[in-house]
Design a protein around this ligand. Structure first.
Ligand code: ADE
Length: 355
C-alpha cells in the first residue's frame, strides 16, 4: 500500500491532467468568470447539489444579487425564496452572514488569501481552497469528497477517507504539487471526479489522463475505492401533514428561527401518524372548523441525518375565519401568493404540488 508522505503527483502527471482539462472541460457558467463572488456562490451551491440542478439557481441568484453588497442587504424572506428547493438552507444564511462580514471587515472586497476566506462563515477548507485557487490562482488545493475518491484510487489507498487525519494527510501531500495554474488544477481534479473517476461502480479508466500513473488502476482495485467508514443510520421521524384550505386560502406555518429548515414556511404537521378520525379535533384545536377530510398519498423525505415518513390529509375548512394574530407561527395566505412569496422546502414537494 502507498503512503502519502511524498508529493502525490509527479510534474508529468500534473501536466497531463491540465492538458486533459483544457481539452475536455465542460462549459459551465461559473467557469466563464474569475470573479471571486461568483465563484463563491457557485461553490456553495455545488457543495450538496448536482451541477445541472445548480445552473438555473446560479443565474437567478446572481441576477437578484449581483454583488456582495446586494447579498448583504437582501431581506431574509427573499434570500430563502431564491434558495427554495436547493436544500441545506444554512448555506444561504451563512452566505449572507459572510457577505455582511466582507462589508464590515474587508471593505466590501472578498479576501484573496486562503486564511482570510477561511475566517468567513460557511467557508471551510474546501471552499476557501476552491475560491483562492480558482479566483486568484493561489497555490492551495481544494479537497472535497470527489477529490478524495480520485486521490484514494490514484494511490490505491485503503485507509478510510472519511477520517479527518486521512483527509489532512492527502491534503498536505496535494499542497506540495499545486502548480501556478492553481485554478485549473483544482477544477481539473473536480472534473476528473465528475466525468471519469466516477463514484458508485466503474470508473472510466480508459479515458483517464492519469491512467498510466494510477496505482488503483494498475492493481485493478479502483472500483473498490475509496474505503469509507460505516455511516450512522438516519433517524426516522413519522409526521402527519395537514393541507388546510378554504376555497381561496391555505394555512402555512413558520418554522422556528433555529434548527432544521429554520425560518422557512411549511405545511402544518404533527409528530406521529394520526388516524383520520382524530383529524377534526386536531384542526379545531388550531381554531379552524373542518368541513371535509381526505387522506392523501404517503411521502418520504430524506435529509442528511433524518428521514421524514409522512402521511397527509387534505382538510377543507370553513371560510369564516379571520386568521391568527400576526405574531402566531400559523398564517393563512391567499393561494395566489403561496408559490410566489413563501419559501416552502422540498420536504413538502409531494404535497406542495397539490396546492
Ligand atoms: N463541484 C464543485 N465545484 C465545482 C466546479 N467548480 N465545477 C464543477 N463542479 C463542481
Amino acid at each position: 500500500m502507498s503512503t502519502v508522505s511524498e508529493p502525490i503527483f509527479r510534474e508529468e502527471a500534473v501536466r497531463a491532467l491540465l492538458a486533459w482539462y483544457a481539452q475536455s472541460k465542460r462549459d459551465l457558467p461559473w467557469r466563464r468568470t474569475r470573479d471571486p463572488y461568483r465563484i463563491w456562490i457557485s461553490e456553495i451551491m455545488l457543495q450538496q447539489t448536482r451541477v445541472e440542478a445548480v445552473k438555473p439557481y446560479y443565474e437567478r441568484f446572481l441576477t437578484a444579487c449581483p454583488t456582495v453588497k446586494a447579498l448583504a442587504d437582501l431581506p431574509e424572506e427573499q434570500l430563502l425564496k431564491l434558495w427554495e428547493g436547493l436544500g441545506y438552507y444554512s448555506r444561504a444564511r451563512n452566505l449572507q452572514k459572510a457577505a455582511r462580514s466582507v462589508l464590515a471587515e474587508h471593505n466590501g472586497v472578498m479576501p484573496s488569501d486562503y486564511e482570510g476566506l477561511l475566517s468567513l462563515p460557511g467557508i471551510g477548507e474546501y471552499t476557501a481552497g476552491a475560491i483562492a485557487s480558482i479566483a486568484y490562482d493561489v497555490r492551495v488545493p481544494a479537497v472535497d469528497g470527489n477529490v478524495l475518491r480520485v486521490l484514494s484510487r490514484f494511490l490505491a489507498l485503503r485507509k478510510d477517507v472519511t477520517r479527518p487525519e486521512v483527509k489532512a494527510e492527502l491534503r498536505a501531500s496535494l499542497c506540495q504539487v499545486v502548480p501556478p495554474e492553481a485554478g485549473d488544477f483544482t477544477q481539473s481534479l473536480i472534473e476528473l471526479g465528475a466525468t471519469v473517476c466516477l463514484p458508485k461502480g466503474a470508473p472510466r479508466c480508459e479515458g483517464c489522463p492519469l491512467r498510466m500513473y494510477c496505482r488503483g488502476a494498475a492493481l485493478g482495485i479502483a472500483e473498490e475505492l475509496p474505503v469509507k467508514g460505516a455511516k450512522k443510520p438516519r433517524r426516522i421521524e413519522e409526521r402527519t401533514v395537514l393541507l388546510l384550505r378554504d376555497g381561496d386560502r391555505t394555512v402555512l406555518r413558520r418554522r422556528p428561527p433555529k434548527g432544521l429548515l429554520a425560518g422557512l414556511f411549511e405545511l402544518p404537521h404533527v409528530p406521529g401518524h394520526v388516524e383520520k378520525e382524530e383529524i377534526p379535533a386536531l384542526v379545531r384545536a388550531l381554531g379552524l372548523e373542518p368541513l371535509h377530510v381526505e387522506r392523501l398519498e404517503d411521502a418520504k423525505h430524506v435529509f442528511s441525518h433524518v428521514e421524514w415518513h409522512m402521511i397527509a390529509y387534505a382538510v377543507r375548512i370553513s371560510p369564516e375565519f379571520d386568521g391568527w394574530p400576526s405574531e402566531s407561527e400559523l398564517l393563512i395566505v391567499p393561494n395566489g401568493a403561496l408559490h410566489a412569496e413563501y419559501a416552502i422546502p422540498s420536504a413538502f414537494a409531494a404535497y406542495k404540488k397539490l396546492l
